[in-house]
Design a binder for this molecule. Structure first.
Ligand code: TYD
Length: 201
């Protein structure tokens, strides 16, 4: 039986990375094997592209196309084979991040994203997308306590407000695929919610 493809999304500092291993544990408890991976990245070539994407200045269109190039490699060489072998795949960001960051944040028109998404994915979409939602100011406080900012994290609050807005619009448009997690709650409450979501997945 094909495994399930679950993606985690949200603005930087919203807490996806804090919860991804816990989610993997919940899935293993159900008796399924799970691959944990991330975008941009997830393959040797993808991780090289990530390094460039997070650190090198580039045109917004170049950024968008490199995101999808990394995704193409990841999807075809890693995600699809894992799913076909029955594994579940937990992915820290996927195409919704391109719509939110390159679309909402950078202002690239959605029709350009649709073309790349079709090219790379055909009709493939996540089975479930967990959107960790947090107010941009609170996310900034969280991430500045954790690490130095990369190219995206160095953006101003208005950028993250646009990214968040784009995520929430996508979630509203596809309510069966998305679950919105209120990241302003305690870690424990978030875990309880995640456990329930996985139990019903
Ligand atoms: P992130 O996944 O948040 O990793 P970390 O927690 O280690 O910083 O960082 C990846 C960055 O890439 C994030 O700022 C969002 C950005 N990104 C896009 O802009 N578009 C995309 O399509 C993807 C997958 C990521």
């Amino acid at each position: 039986m094909r495994g399930k493809f679950i993606t985690l999304e949200g603005i930087d500092g919203a807490g996806k990375s804090t919860h991804i291993e816990y989610l993997a544990e919940c899935i293993r408890k159900r008796g399924a094997a799970v691959t944990v991976t991330r975008e941009p990245g997830g393959t040797e070539l993808g991780e090289k592209l990530r390094e460039l994407l997070l650190n090198r200045d580039m045109h917004a269109d170049t950024e968008l196309m490199l995101m999808f190039a990394a995704r193409c490699e990841h999807l075809k060489r890693r995600i699809l084979p894992a799913l076909a072998s029955g594994e579940w795949v937990l992915c820290d960001r996927f195409s919704d991040a391109s719509y939110a960051y390159q679309g909402g944040g950078r202002g690239i028109p959605a029709d350009r994203l649709v073309i790349l998404e079709r090219w790379v994915q055909d009709d493939f979409q996540p089975d479930l997308t967990l959107l960790f939602d947090l107010e941009p100011q609170a996310a900034l406080v969280r991430r500045s306590a954790q690490r130095d900012a990369d190219r995206f994290e160095a953006q101003e609050l208005a950028f993250f407000a646009r990214v968040r807005d784009a995520y929430l619009k996508r979630a509203a448009a596809e309510p069966t695929r998305f679950r919105i997690i209120d990241s302003g709650q305690s870690r424990e409450l978030v875990r309880v919610k995640l456990e329930k979501i996985i139990a019903n997945a």
